[in-house]
Design a protein. Sequence first.
Length: 276
Amino acid sequence: MSKPLALITAEELKHWRDRLVAKGLAPSSVNRVRNNVRAAMELSAPSRSHVWKTGLETLPNATRARKLIFGDDVIRALVAESYRRDSALGLLCDVLATTGMRPIQAQRLRVEDLIVGDKPRLMVSKTAKGGGRNRAEKKLQRYPVPITSALCAKLKQASKGRADDAPLLLQVDGRPWSEINPHADYRQPFIEIVKAVGLEPGTTAYLFRHSSISRMLMRGLHTKLVADLHDTSEQMIRQHYGKFIVEHSDEIARAALLHDEPVANVVLTSGRLTHG
């Protein structure tokens, strides 16, 4: 890695990536490191993009989203337990469970992002994942996500009296949730919540996002709409949640099948089939 960028080959990059796996780093963690390295190289030497793309391919089957997918009863139990332990953490989990947004997106919400009315919603900032030169511009973009009237009322009450540009969600002591390390402020309490509900250790708050995506897919929403509501791409939805797409598509397809049912007393009359 001491070589000038112009001399680094794709094979050397592959070897470096694979050594991270050999040292015991989880494939998902390797992919995250790989994303950062490739983004830096793309910015430093964009003319060698083909080398970075070939040498720093993502490791396959690294994301295990299905292990973080739970039914509505479990999600409700987690939110209820969160409220019981910490009202502010409960409100954060309620937002994550209802919208499926990433924790960092919830922590960036401002009071003005809450739209109250007959169809309440939150205006959510894009995460700008994947880097690029327009990353800062992407973070300024907002997209609407519907929420329930009940959650809207809770958010309105919690933000009462605060300026439009103030954080919408605060910790119980009034401090904003950290944007630099979005999990640091609630990691330990959430471990205890997970344990109280009876889930496996290591289950993270990302279960709200994965469960939201799978719920929408199983209820027939188009993958494009699901992707847009969760600030991701159709490709990522199909890659990590394909099972749920297949299950729902199979149900629709079977309802449209031509079934071979016995027809009694069929008579051919003047070139037409009639029932006797």
